[in-house]
Ligand binder design. Structure first.
Ligand code: PLP
Length: 395
């Protein structure tokens, strides 16, 4: 008899985005004349940079010629791309060698699959509010999950508690959904905790490219001691608009050993069994992101989103609404005014100013009473949404 993985029954059904879509669609149906503005999306809206498109086209053309045709790519990614990523790390002073980088089809795959190489009896620690992939993938594997609270009091930067023993810790900075960032000192505290407890940190740096303040680490590998306790996951999705193109990378220090086992080798073993690599044209496109021109063009897009974030943040300042994020992050995480609940505020914005955001409680219990706006919309709509919000709040 076939038996299914009953751990799936422990997953909380993902009502959040379904409920948002349902409420939004009902509103549109009832109010076809109203101009809706979506600031809830976590997807980018600007097109790929021209240099990236050219590189992808060239990659396709090479596949169409016998002499340059390529079959299966290397599991860990072509050397030209891994070298480009390694040089990128060097550009902000971090040494990560090309053979510590594994290219993937986006950070979600590795974030969701990395648990394959770890025993089911590891205790997991996530910060709450949390990107749901860390939680759900560990529920599927039947692991125990502990939560470190990110709250208004700690500016949504949960810190390690020496009395709590965890084996695998997920950190995300700049954070989705809160936009909060761990500074060097805070990240060092987590690295020290992990080394003291023989624990692993899985560091999600998907929003690293949005960091502009010097004190905020771009990579956990900047922190002394990280190479013996951390792996890092990055993505080109938000950095270069690759949400539809699909490419990311994971960094595993060669010397990282846990439970007497080399983690790079263990992950490589898993990868070569279950993954056949990222397509050549996409890897060409990814390498172009790290070229001089690619950096210039993709940074222009990031600057555009960051300007949107600034417009939202300035509006919050003007309205006296407390928030985190917006400076080193595309997300603004705000406290719902007048003690409204997340969903109450969602309905309030939708019905009064036709703006859609994301209720914070969808990201964990500490998200109750908070709300996420994103800067991935277009400029005109962002400005209009903020003007509508000012009009509403000042009534
Ligand atoms: N990590 C975080 C924190 C994210 O917010 C996202 C996407 O929203 C991802 C990873 C996934 O990125 P990718 O598109 O590379 O799979």
């Amino acid at each position: 008899m076939t038996k299914v993985n009953k751990n799936f029954e422990n997953l909380v059904p993902n009502y959040l985005f379904a409920d948002i879509a349902k409420k939004t669609n009902e509103f549109i149906k009832a109010n076809p004349d109203k101009k809706l503005i979506r600031l809830g999306i976590g997807d980018v809206t600007l097109p790929l940079a021209p240099v990236v498109v050219e590189a992808m086209k060239k990659g396709c053309e090479e596949l169409g010629v016998k002499e340059t045709f390529k079959g299966y790519p290397d599991y860990e990614g072509y050397e030209f791309l891994r070298t480009a990523i390694s040089d990128y790390y060097k550009s902000f002073g971090v040494n990560v060698s090309a053979d510590e980088i594994l290219v993937n089809d986006g950070a979600k795959s590795d974030a969701g699959n990395i648990g394959d190489i770890f025993s089911e009896d590891n205790v997991i620690l996530v910060t709450d509010p949390v990107y749901p992939v860390y939680v759900d993938s560990n529920i599927m594997a039947g692991r125990k999950i502990l939560y470190a609270d990110g709250t208004e009091e700690n500016n949504f930067c949960a810190m390690p508690n020496p009395d709590v023993k965890a084996d695998i810790i997920y950190l995300c900075s700049p954070n989705n959904p809160t936009g909060a960032c761990l500074n060097k000192e805070q990240l060092k505290a987590w690295v020290d905790y992990a080394n003291e407890n023989n624990a692993l940190i899985i560091y999600d740096a998907a929003y690293e490219a949005f960091i502009s303040e010097d004190d905020i680490p771009r990579s956990i590998m900047e922190i002394e001691g990280a190479r013996t306790c951390a792996i890092e996951m990055c993505s080109l999705s938000k950095t270069a608009g690759f949400t539809g193109t699909r490419c990311g990378y994971t960094v595993i220090p060669k010397e990282l050993e846990l439970d007497g086992t080399n983690i790079y080798k263990l992950w490589y073993r898993r990868l070569s069994t279950k993954f056949n690599g990222v397509s050549y044209p996409v890897q060409c496109a990814a390498a172009a992101v790290f070229s001089e021109e690619g950096q210039k063009q993709t940074r222009e897009n990031i600057a555009y989103y960051k300007e949107n974030a600034k417009i939202i943040a300035e509006t919050m300042d003007e309205l006296g609404i407390k928030y985190t994020g917006g400076i080193n992050s595309p997300y603004i995480w705000l406290k719902c005014p007048n003690n409204m609940g997340s969903w109450e505020f969602f309905d309030y914005l939708l019905n009064n100013i036709y703006v859609v955001g994301t209720p914070g409680e969808g990201f964990g219990k500490n998200g109750a009473g908070w709300f996420r706006l994103t800067s991935f919309g277009d400029r005109e709509n962002t400005i209009e949404a903020m003007n509508r919000l000012k009009g509403l709040m000042k009534k």
